[in-house]
Design a protein around this ligand. Structure first.
Ligand code: HEM
Length: 355
């Protein structure tokens, strides 16, 4: 009788092929377990970071897990061509490019009072005609309170129990940047309008021009409206949505403008640490003007479904050795996944000017 022939392409016995298949399944399961952090409980995962942002009662469903309160806008970026010297990104060539953006307040609670928002944010998506995009989410402090994503998580944990201030005190004792941030937070004026706030990338990126030259840079959007500070004793008396009402009214009356300034690092300037401010004398390039023309309430507005992921960059800008953008990208994606799976809790339209 003829013996059974193994006709597999590899000519391997069936037991070996089964072992290979089972091995692959186990490897895939282990890869998922690793990605989920089950094999390495001490490893920092996006889920741990995002969970740590939640308020005591749990995350507010349907909303961003941080910077939950916001208002959307439409406008444009008017490039003057100056930044072409350091970047071949198409949206730096002289021209006008559409922008969708969002003014926001740091914190996980969408109903927070504007007067209590110490950290204010500006998120932008600038679109080039060829489909490339530059997404950036900036804040108004001049530097970040922590130097690494691991410290960001450690700080969240230290602040978790409001009844016990000891861990936060301990953290501050060993982290001078957090103490410096505390000094900024307790002394910097609260502008009466987003139109008067300066928004900073804080993270460093690498800009590459048409000749292939790399330049590390940070950027800021600088207001063209003079700062008027709200007296600290008035902050709590203001309407909980005063910033949102203000920007809605101002924009209805006239376009609101911020100048984009790129700050170029000198060799050796710290690019991996957003707690470190570069010296004042660094070369700057005035790259153009952000023009906000129309405010759109958050509910059902175009921002709801945008993830302002700071690693979505056009060719000519890329991430640097700064560890934050990658960590932020992973956390924003998870926050996005969670909130878009909770559509029944999405913000509802209340009234004009309200989030
Ligand atoms: C490891 C550090 C950080 C973590 C874990 C983190 C986490 C988050 C998360 C989860 C969101 C909500 C994203 C969404 O659902 O779309 C968010 C939004 C935001 N973050 Fe961060 N963040 C970090 C650092 C920063 C830094 C360094 C800045 C600015 C320099 C920043 C500015 C913003 C702004 C402006 C928003 C609002 C974005 C929007 O309008 O959708 N964050 N952050």
């Amino acid at each position: 009788m003829k013996k059974h022939q193994d006709n597999s392409p590899a000519g391997l016995p069936i037991s070996v092929r089964w072992a290979a298949i089972i091995g692959l399944v186990i490897a895939a399961a282990l890869a998922f377990a690793y990605a989920g952090g089950w094999l390495t409980p001490a490893r920092l995962t996006p889920a741990k970071i995002v969970d740590s942002l939640a308020p005591a009662g749990g995350a507010i469903k349907g909303y961003r897990r941080n910077h939950a309160k916001g208002i959307c806008f439409a406008g444009s970026f008017e490039a003057n061509g100056e930044a072409v010297a350091i970047s071949r990104a198409p949206l730096f060539k002289v021209g006008t490019y559409p922008v969708t953006g969002r003014f926001n307040l740091a914190g996980p609670i969408p109903t927070m009072s504007d007067g209590t928002g110490r950290v204010r944010g500006l998120s932008l998506r600038i679109q080039a005609p060829d489909g490339q995009e530059w997404r950036t989410a900036m804040i108004n402090p001049p530097f970040f309170p922590v130097a690494t994503p691991a410290d960001f998580y450690a700080l969240q944990r230290a602040n978790a129990n409001k009844q016990d201030p000891a861990p936060a005190k301990q953290f501050a004792a060993s982290h001078p940047a957090l103490r410096a941030f505390g000094a900024w937070a307790s002394t910097a004026p609260y502008a009466e309008s987003y139109a008067q706030d300066r928004f900073n990338s804080l993270n460093s990126f690498v800009f590459t021009n048409a000749q292939g030259h790399d330049q590390v840079a940070r950027w800021s959007f600088i207001p063209t409206t003079a700062m008027v500070a709200v007296p600290p004793e008035d902050l709590k008396k203001r309407d909980p949505d005063f910033l949102f009402q203000d920007i809605t009214e101002r924009t209805a009356a006239a376009p609101q403008k911020w100048k984009l300034v790129l700050t170029l690092a000198n060799p050796g300037d710290p690019s991996a640490d957003p707690t470190q401010v570069w010296p004042d004398d660094r070369r700057q390039i005035d790259a153009g003007m952000l023009v906000v023309t129309r405010i759109v309430p958050e509910a059902d507005g175009p921002c709801r479904d945008i993830n302002f992921d700071p690693t979505v960059l056009p060719k000519g800008i890329r991430t640097s050795d700064d560890p934050f953008p990658a960590a932020r990208s992973a956390a924003y994606a998870l926050s996005y996944d969670r909130r878009t799976a909770e559509s029944e809790h999405y913000p509802r339209i209340q009234s004009e000017g309200k989030p």
